[in-house]
Design a protein. Sequence first.
Length: 283
Amino acid sequence: MIYTIASSTDVICLNAAGDSAIGYSTWGKANVSLNGNLAIQSNNNFSDGSTGFNTGLYIQGGTTTNPIGFAFQLSTGDSTTSTNSVVMGTISSSDLKFMCGNSSKMTISAATGRVGIGTSSPLYGLHVMTTATVTIDGGGSGVAYFKVSGGLVSTAGPLSSVAVGITCSGALVASTGCYVWSDERLKKDWAELSDDVSDSMLNVKPMLYRYKTDPDSASLQVGYSAQSLLSAGIPHGITFHKSDGLAVEDPETDMKDISYSVDYGKMTCLLHKLFVSRSRLMN
């Protein structure tokens, strides 16, 4: 035993098995058990021998052939971090998970950087699988904008894609509305829709449906099939999104890992075109 000078209280106890208890009179379950505070101060880099490793505290677990490394670094600025920063995360190519109640609740994907809440395989920048209430500027007088780099962009065409700001598996509710930029000063390459669109719209039917994840007792919803719009030659009302793991069911219209969405705001423009075209024929 090692004692303090002033008393015979155990400071460090070592048993025959090599376990140590610091501040305890009994042994802990770990190799080192501490009852008290732990302070670590370092003005240089701790290295586990790997190339480019740079951190003050490193924890490693898992197998020796494929270990998982977790590291902390506090920095006042160097080549790897910004000034006065705290860096925490996995050194190995492993997801970073946050737990509550001994189960994973939030995941940051090592491969994509996506954040998943309620899912360990996020498909979007922020993928929430649980019920979520989001308040932005609650009670204020400002305006909330959901933007991607360069603004919200939507390009018509069968091979275009749209960066997703928000993805909801349920309803998206707003008290005043959701808005898309319509200012002519922000757009270019204006061109009138062909009259052929009107004839194509006559081949599209609104349908009733349920999602495959819905029970048979769920109410039927009304809408369009994105694939039917493509088959009719109307890609104008469709946006395309990356959706990992989505298989091809119809080779004529489907693309692997790409999901389709019908933009009902654009469908209003197509129906307007149809209405104007039919009105001219009647007159």
